[in-house]
Design a protein around this ligand. Structure first.
Ligand code: 4AD
Ligand code: MG
Length: 465
């Protein structure tokens, strides 16, 4: 058999007209095989669709011997005629003419034998789970969302700006960073005072993996106008929740001349665009996930796209929570950092819509947020989503040098001179936000656990592969 390029299964199933009655080549992995002594049916999946293509092997043409290695997990190349299917469950099928087996998969040891493995089991086999319907659907949606994000910003005239992954600055002042060092850990060099001597370290100073590209992003925005970052970020918090990862991807747009209202408008438009894009381009995958995991998924996605987000000051939010009469696990009072249960009450029970909560107390937000005239609150905006809680965190930035310097001194952050130069020279009002990419994927796929929407999840005590 001549080994020519393959035709994608997605194309043959969704758009077969031009291929019907023609000989085509398909290559992929066997999902299942069944049949009788006259005919065998193989479901072939090549990763391009959640649907598998039916291949019909006529046992008058193929011997038992030839078909023996065609078991679940094996990789094959089939050449054959694409025809309209007589059977139920598929529109087209291939009548096999030639078969090539690339690699067998021993049924005794291949872990993905049966349908419907639990998500927990698949997490244990994370290196193979892209071969399942559920996970390949998630991965295709993840890809589509990443593409939509670049398209959205590119079409708006934003520049993709690359901020460093290894950094000497702690953007959020959160202190939950992974350190990067080449110092020998069994014999750490110390200075006269007994402190670690970082001048001997690789960069000659203490360095870490970034928790956010924002501060460097502001350097981009105050030169290029509007930029966005899209890259991995790392947080060493010991958060074992279904919404936290130690390594996650974040999109951080930063815009010169944007005030908080412009920032909210952009965030809302952006997130609706991404969800609409997935609804339009990932129909089969969303339908599959809805059918197997979450019946209300398509309706929930459409609802978010079609309705305005509520915009509400934090102080109002606290009042609603206090008056709700609901017993929360964590107490509610003005000044508290809202817990997920509070956010979800506002979104899921009170408003039944996404909420943008604004003007938080300055004490619970980062130093760079613009202070309001009340002297107590800052121009923060968190976008809160059903099932997720916080999906976006952002703010208008403090552009006044003295106020920002004052806040930095108050908190006691050092080494920020480069950042303050944006305020020293040609400062402008500006704003930005960060969208947690996996939280978006979580929302769009309807999955329950963030560890199931990234190929190789990192969380406390887990770093496989
Ligand atoms: O609210 P955060 O910490 O904001 C920032 O880092 C700002 N510098 C963003 C900015 O204004 N440019 O994080 C932003 C978003 C959160 O809303 C959440 O969606 C996601 O990042 N996120 C996480 N996602 C997964 N795992 C974690 N541990 C996350 N921490 C934050
Ligand atoms: Mg936040």
């Amino acid at each position: 058999m001549q080994d020519i390029r393959r035709t994608l299964v997605a194309k043959l199933i969704n758009d077969p007209a031009e291929f019907i009655g023609k000989t085509v080549d398909v290559k992929g992995w066997v999902r299942s095989r069944r049949g009788n002594k006259y005919v065998q049916f193989v479901a072939l999946n090549d990763g391009s669709s959640v649907k598998s293509l039916q291949i019909v092997f006529d046992l008058a043409k193929f011997s038992e011997e030839q078909l023996r290695p065609v078991t679940t997990g094996a990789s094959i190349h089939v050449q054959g005629l694409l025809v309209e299917s007589q059977g139920k469950g598929q529109n087209v099928e291939i009548q096999a003419e030639e078969l090539q087996v690339y690699g067998t998969a021993d049924p005794e040891t291949y872990p993905l034998q049966k349908k419907g493995h639990s998500l927990e089991f698949l997490r244990e086999k994370a290196h193979l789970r892209p071969r399942t319907n559920y996970f390949s659907a998630v991965l295709r949606i993840r890809h589509a969302l990443a593409y939509a994000i670049h398209k959205f910003f590119n079409d708006k005239g934003f520049y993709y700006f690359h901020t460093p992954l290894i950094t000497a600055s702690d953007a959020e002042g959160a202190g939950a960073q992974f350190q990067v060092t080449t110092l020998p850990l069994n014999e750490v060099p110390v200075d006269k005072e007994g402190n670690v001597d970082y001048s001997k370290d690789f960069f000659g100073k203490m360095a870490s993996l970034t928790v956010s590209g924002q501060l460097e992003g502001e350097l981009g925005a105050t030169a290029l106008g509007c930029i966005y970052t899209f890259g991995p970020t790392f947080r060493a918090e010991n958060s074992n929740t279904p919404r936290h990862l130690s390594e996650f991807w974040m999109i951080e747009p930063e815009m010169a001349f944007y005030e908080i209202e412009d920032n909210m408008d952009l965030a809302e438009e952006f997130i609706k665009y991404c969800i609409s894009y997935a609804l339009e381009h990932c129909k089969d995958d969303i339908e599959f996930l809805a059918e197997h995991f979450d019946k209300e998924l398509p309706e929930r996605l459409k609802f978010v796209v079609e309705n305005d987000f509520v915009r509400l000051p934090y102080t109002e939010g606290i009042r609603i929570l206090e008056e709700s009469g609901k017993k929360f696990e964590f107490p509610v009072y003005w000044g508290v950092d809202l817990a997920s249960e509070h956010e979800r009450y506002l979104v899921e029970e009170h408003f039944k819509k996404p909420v943008i909560l604004t003007d938080y107390p300055k004490e619970i937000k980062a130093f760079y947020m613009k202070l309001n005239d009340d002297g107590k609150t800052v121009r923060a905006m968190d976008v809160l989503f059903p099932k997720i809680g916080e999906i976006i965190g952002g703010s208008q930035r403090e552009e006044n040098l003295d106020k920002l310097q004052g806040r930095i001194n108050e908190i006691g952050i050092e080494g920020m001179d480069w950042y303050l130069d944006t305020r020293r020279f040609g400062t402008v009002p500006h704003s930005g936000f960060g969208l947690g990419f996996e939280r978006l994927v979580l929302f769009v796929t309807g999955m329950q656990n963030i560890r199931d929407v990234i190929p190789f999840p990192r969380y406390p005590k887990n770093c496989e592969y």
